[in-house]
Design a binder for this molecule. Structure first.
Ligand code: COA
Length: 190
């Protein structure tokens, strides 16, 4: 089953991401509501994964000046064990790379340290606890030659929807209206 991942950009996708979080963390791991939905969701980039149109995976990313923090990775139980966890984590790191981040950071449930280590994450410091689980801090360096968005990409690439920097966005189509009136079209560089 081929999975596809995207950045959440409407309320239906957000609902799907939260539903997966609720099934996995509230349902399976018995996390209390206000610890799972901790006040940071509206400040985060939410990610959703689907298989054949069925939402099955989610995570969120919070952005700091020095690093991106990956949080709330979750895959619905029937979809586990097929490599989608690795695909989800690779997608998150690719988004961070395109945003130009050189470092990713996360709190790994201690049993999952080897999973994150396979993507270059290294443990930092001692084990700590919250929401009834033991965690370890882990950080990974993101390759610099990874095609990050820069100012050289130009204004219309920087206008594109988050995570869809590789194809023309709605504002490029809007610029064509000006072109029809004889004004120069703004070039797209990617
Ligand atoms: C973590 C999670 C996203 C991984 O999804 P998945 O579909 O199992 O992932 P994959 O099939 O790609 O396997 C990923 C690796 O993690 C390992 N793994 C998965 N669940 C594990 C567990 N409970 N304990 C130890 N290792 C586990 C797998 O064995 C696999 O190992 P590999 O690197 O040798 O292949 C999923 O198990 C999940 O949603 N868990 C509940 C929520 C959670 O704990 N999230 C992480 C919080 S830090």
């Amino acid at each position: 089953m081929k999975a596809c991942f995207k950045i959440v950009r409407n309320s239906e996708e957000r609902l799907q991401a939260y539903a997966i979080r609720a099934i996995v963390y509230l349902g399976e791991q018995h996390c209390p509501w206000d610890e799972e939905f901790d006040g940071n969701d509206d400040a985060a980039t939410q990610v959703l994964g689907c298989v054949n149109g069925e939402p099955f995976a989610t995570a969120r990313i919070r952005w700091f000046a020095e690093f991106a923090k990956l949080e709330r990775l979750a895959i619905r139980q029937p979809f586990r064990g097929a490599g989608h966890g690795h695909e989800l984590l690779a997608y998150l790191l690719a988004v961070c790379a395109e945003k130009g981040f050189a470092k990713a950071y996360l709190h790994a449930q201690a049993r999952l340290e080897p999973f994150y280590a396979r993507h270059g994450f290294e443990r930092r410091g001692a084990t700590f606890a919250f929401s009834d689980h033991l965690y370890v801090e882990m950080a990974a360096t993101i390759a610099r030659d990874s095609g990050a968005i820069t100012l050289a990409d130009g204004p219309m690439v920087l206008n594109r929807p988050e995570g869809e920097w590789g194809r023309p966005g709605i504002l490029e189509r809007s610029a064509q209206r000006m072109g029809m009136k004889g004004a120069p079209l703004t070039p797209a560089y990617r």
